[in-house]
Structures are given as C-alpha cells and as structure tokens.
Design a protein around this ligand. Structure first.
Ligand code: FMN
Length: 222
C-alpha cells in the first residue's frame, strides 16, 4: 500500500462519529478526581475496551520525551493521584528518577472522551510494591522476573531461557518480589477533560491545582 492510499483510507475512517455522551462543564465537580472516577466507571460499565489502559509520557534529563501504555492500578479520588507499576530499571523508571514529572492520558473512542493528567510522580514504599506484585496472577509474576525490561534482547531463545528460569524462581518461592518492581503515584496538578462532539462542538475543561489554594477550573478553546 502506498502512502497516498493509506492517507485516503485514513480520511475515510470515521472519528468521533457518535452517538457520544454529553458533558455539561457547568455541572462538573469542584475537583478532577471525582469526575475522573465517574467517567472511568461509566466507561467500565458501558463496554469501552480496556478503559484502564493509559499512556504514560515521561522525559529524560535532556527533556527528550517518551511514551508507552500502562495499566492504571489505582486512583486516589480525593488527592487526584494515579497509581501504576513498573520496573525501576526500565526506560520509564530511569527517566522518572532523572525527572519525576510525567503526564498520563486516556482516549475512549466509544465515548469520544480524552482525559489528561500531569504532575509529579512519587515512589510508594516497598510494602505497596509487594502487595501489588503478590496480588498478580502467576503468568504476570513470571513476566516480572523475566529479563531486564527495556534492555536489548538477543532473540527468542534468550527470552525462552529467561522465562523458564523465572518460572522456576516463582515456583520455588511464590512470595518473591523482583527487586526493581516499583509502584508509582502521579499526583496531578493539572487535569483536562475533553468531550468530543460529532458536530465539532467539543468541550475542554481544565483544572489547575494551586498549592495551598486548591483547584480552579475553566474552559479551553477546543
Ligand atoms: C495493554 C498494555 C498494558 C501494559 N501495562 C504495563 C504496566 O502496567 N506496567 C509496565 O511496566 N508495562 C506495561 N506494558 C508494557 C509497556 O507498554 C512498555 O512496553 C514497557 O513498560 C517498557 O517501557 P519503557 O521501555 O518505556 O520503560 C503494557 C503494555 C500494554 C500493551
């Protein structure tokens, strides 16, 4: 397929075609945590595929960005905190050590909704990492012990060998937790809720947290 053909097909693919839910920003919550929880609960209850999968964007010490998808592992509704887990030695883990500011985003096409959160990321204690890891199924725990996330892999044979070694490790000690397994929480100081509209009347509501003064909110041009 040529680039022109690809572009023609992209132009034909519908976006924000609807029917989409409405969003009245006048009736939005005073803080973004409860609004996020309501939108996520609605997505979970109405068949949005994998609404708890989100994009985490980080940047290294030279401000070069990188992004990848992760699972959302918890929400602190009151504090507007978002929990995720990964390997501290991975690219994202190293970038968060160098620069603890990050952004999260979700896009739920079925509802035409995009949510963005940005703020500082903190590492939760070892107990949280332990609870998170031991609460997982066996396959996920084996993956957690397999190799070194984000490092070059020689090929499938190396992967197979590592996976067998990891499976042996998990079978021998089901309570073992990999050293690098880390639970992070992003505490948002900026939040945005985008409600797409099939006629183009999109709504963007942004919240900003002023330390000590709480949240303020306002509309943005779409
Ligand atoms: C649906 C989905 C969910 C994922 N969830 C996680 C996760 O919760 N934690 C994680 O470290 N990686 C997760 N990954 C893998 C990441 O996208 C990524 O490949 C990995 O974390 C390495 O990223 P990095 O090299 O930028 O550190 C997930 C991938 C997919 C497709």
């Amino acid at each position: 397929m040529t680039a022109e053909e690809l572009l023609a097909r992209m132009r034909q693919a519908p976006v924000l075609a609807g029917p989409l839910p409405g969003f009245d920003p006048e009736r939005a919550d005073d803080t973004p945590g409860p609004l996020f929880a309501r939108w996520l609960a609605h997505a979970l209850g109405t068949g949005v595929p994998e609404p708890h999968v989100m994009t985490l964007s980080t940047a290294d010490a030279e401000a070069r960005p990188s992004a990848r998808v992760l699972m959302l592992r918890g929400v602190d509704i009151e504090e507007c905190g978002f929990v995720f887990a990964s390997d501290a030695g991975s690219r994202k883990g190293r970038e968060l050590t160098a620069n603890p500011y990050a952004a999260l985003s979700w896009y739920w096409p079925l509802h035409g909704r995009q949510i963005r959160m940005a703020g500082r990321v903190a590492v939760l204690d070892g107990d949280a990492a332990r609870r998170d890891f031991l609460g997982r199924g066996e396959a996920s725990r084996i993956s957690g012990f397999t190799g070194r996330m984000s490092e070059p892999l020689a090929g499938p044979d190396e992967y197979e060998t590592e996976r067998r070694r990891a499976a042996g490790l998990v079978a021998a000690d089901p309570q073992a937790v990999p050293e690098g397994h880390t639970v992070y929480v992003l505490r948002a100081d900026e939040a945005e809720f985008f409600q797409g509209d099939s006629r183009g009347f999109h709504v963007r509501l942004r919240y900003v947290r002023e330390e000590g003064a709480g949240w303020t909110r306002g509309l943005l041009w779409p």
